[in-house]
Design a protein around this ligand. Sequence first.
Ligand code: CA
Length: 229
Amino acid sequence: MGWLQVTVIEDSTEIRQFLSSSLRKLKYEVHGVSRGGEGLSHVASRAPDVVLLDLGLPDMDGLDVLKMLRTMSTVPVLVTTARDDDTNIVRALDLGADDYVVKPFSAEHLDARIRAVLRRSGERLEDTSYRIGELEIHPASHTVLHRGERLEIRPKEFRLLAYLAKHAGRVVGKNELIAEVWDNAYGTSGKTVDVHLSWLRRRLGETAAEPRYLHSVRGVGVKLSEPAS
Ligand code: CA
């Protein structure tokens, strides 16, 4: 899996800094905010891969943050909580949290829980794998194989590739990609799509001028198809 983007909503500076530095070492891209409102707008604009939500926040009740988050996103949410907080844990799970971790926890423990949650949400979304030429895309495990070799791929690139694979052979418009892959996140444009496509091309060892899998159709969109030879 490439670098996963994690939004940490946590008012304790100490815990935020600990999570930022330790999760970065485990190859996560961490963005920490101290307030619920800030967390919500960050999730809306950046569409992270996973959210860590502290239930005790100064500006809003963590459960209210979760409730609002669920009206706009299906992103996996791990709730972090103090001990002896069974009532809130049960309520958080009822409100759509995917899992919880009790403080204090190690970064390794958190890493394992994040991966378990992502695996489950991946299975919920897709259990079909795609094979296009020598490219294999496995949504449940978030892996891409090219000629049998695993590609290092970032989550957003993965979603883009998986969506194109699902619709292989058809030209998919950029607006459709912005809606389906970026969930219409604020600030996403055709340029964002182009940048991710060029990263994908690099990983697949091809260029826009000499495409093999990814074929851009000017003014229309992009098509994923099996190379001609
Ligand atoms: Ca707190």
